[in-house]
Write a protein that binds this ligand. Structure first.
Ligand SMILES: Nc1nc2c(c(=O)[nH]1)N[C@H]1C(S)=C(S)[C@@H](COP(=O)(O)O)O[C@H]1N2
Ligand SMILES: [Mo]
Length: 422
């Protein structure tokens, strides 16, 4: 757009300085201007010419002012980016649905490109009729829509030994929450003549790693989906285009991307991904195995280290996310004093089973420092534990399933830091 012929404020910076000095804080954070505000009294660039036409953006990206709302990786963790992980910018999102474009990725051998036309899904093993489905075949079965979170079991895994990564994106960002469209795995197993004999399914992807995992038949017949859409559109390449498995409430590693085969078996396969990985060794040398369900967990997303408080004392919205692999979140409490006292937060909507729940604590900040925490409860009565309580049971050798209570030390300046309280 060309320069406007109308008078503009000399510079945006000068304007911001002047405005801040002229504004008087009133009531709920609103400002009463002491002098004329050029943003109101002057014709601005955006009103002095034409905007873009509808042919400019056939498929839209976020406006450039939001270009810091992106996936990030942790460099020391990501020496090899092919077999690696990045993190959802949960500190900058609101609501519960994660846009695919910034939803964390975890690949064992990189994100592959697989055309729908080349897609095949094989059902074999203990079924009457082994079958092969094309993508189009899958779209002819009755389908369902559900919102579920997908959390990598290693989410918060770097925090077992103590507070380490400085930001909710890094400590809790191996999670996303989408609306999936797909066919129940049960429907497809029945189509192949599953007769109740096989007790497990072994599921694997078309990528070089295959990421094979065993799933007990009870779960496979319950709520597992063979999904081909997320948030209304095709899965993105990095999330398994054209078809991925959705295993509600269970660790992300079971959510096979580029799903190519489901084998009905009478016993688990004991693959790499379910023995040497995704198993936690306890202090006494024994190991926890088959830890499929993700325990109830929560985190304050703002304020947090990447989302400091940008204003002084007065009204403050504290917000965060809570979830449980066992069902719906029923309550979230927030503490400002490191867990000594708790206030019950407001849930934006009633908790839904195995999906993210957004909570808010609309509060008055007196400007003093806070040790902010959140604590989730789910419909089974489970209460999110402290990190100390978790370590007592699990020791410090674990990587996976760290659902301990997170603490942010919020300073008087509004800046926040990852800490632990004892
Ligand atoms: N085929 C295949 N499926 C896979 C993986 C993989 O590397 N290959 N990674 C798994 C892991 S460990 C996780 S946490 C989730 C991550 O899903 P996302 O990349 O869509 O966030 O996918 C799982 N499914
Ligand atoms: Mo994972």
């Amino acid at each position: 757009m060309s320069e406007s012929q109308f008078r503009k404020p000399t510079s945006r910076r000068a304007f911001l300085g002047g405005s801040a000095a002229a504004a008087v804080a009133v009531g709920a954070g609103a400002a009463r201007a002491a002098g004329p505000d050029p943003l109101i009294t002057e014709v601005q660039d955006w009103a002095a010419g034409l905007g873009e036409g509808v042919d400019a953006t056939p498929y839209g990206l976020p406006i450039r002012f939001e270009d810091d709302v992106i996936r990030r990786n942790v460099e020391w963790l990501t020496a090899d980016t092919i077999s690696s992980i990045n993190f959802t910018p949960i500190h900058a999102l609101d609501g519960t649905i994660t846009p695919q474009g910034c939803a964390f990725e975890r690949h064992h051998s990189g994100a592959i490109e697989l055309r729908k036309e080349d897609y095949r899904l094989m059902i074999n093993g203990m079924v009457e009729t082994p079958l092969i489905f094309t993508y189009e075949d899958l779209t002819r079965f009755p389908r369902e829509n559900h919102v579920y979170f997908c959390e990598c079991a290693a989410n918060s895994g770097m925090e077992w030994a103590g507070a380490q990564l400085n930001g909710a994106q890094f400590t809790h960002g191996m999670i996303h929450n989408m609306e999936y469209t797909g066919v129940p795995l049960r429907t497809i197993l029945e189509e192949a003549g599953y007769n109740g004999e096989g007790k497990w399914v072994y599921v694997e992807g078309a990528d070089a790693s295959s990421n094979g995992r065993s799933i007990p038949m009870e779960k496979a017949l319950d709520d597992v989906l063979v999904a081909f859409k997320a948030n209304g559109e095709a899965l993105r390449k990095e999330h398994g285009y054209p078809v991925r498995l959705v295993v509600p409430g269970w660790e992300g590693n079971l959510w096979i991307k580029w799903l190519r085969r489901v084998e009905v078996t009478d016993a688990p396969v004991e693959s790499r991904e379910e023995t040497s990985k995704y198993t936690d060794t306890l202090a006494d040398g024994t190991s926890r195995k088959w830890t499929w369900e993700m325990d109830a967990k929560s985190v304050v997303t703002s304020p947090s280290p990447q989302s400091p408080i940008p204003h002084g004392p007065g009204p403050l919205v504290i917000t965060g996310l809570a979830w449980s692999g066992r069902g719906a979140i029923t309550r979230v409490d927030v503490s400002k004093d490191g867990g000594r006292t708790w206030e019950t937060a407001r849930l934006a909507r009633a908790g839904e089973a195995r999906a993210l729940t957004r909570f808010y604590l609309d509060t008055e900040w007196d400007g003093s420092e806070m040790l902010l925490q959140s604590r989730a409860m789910d419909e089974t009565g489970y209460v999110q534990p402290s990190k100390a309580a978790l370590r007592e049971v699990r020791g410090e050798n674990s990587i996976y399933h760290n659902n301990g209570i997170q603490t942010w030390w919020v300073r008087e300046s509004g800046e926040a830091e990852n800490v632990e309280v004892s």
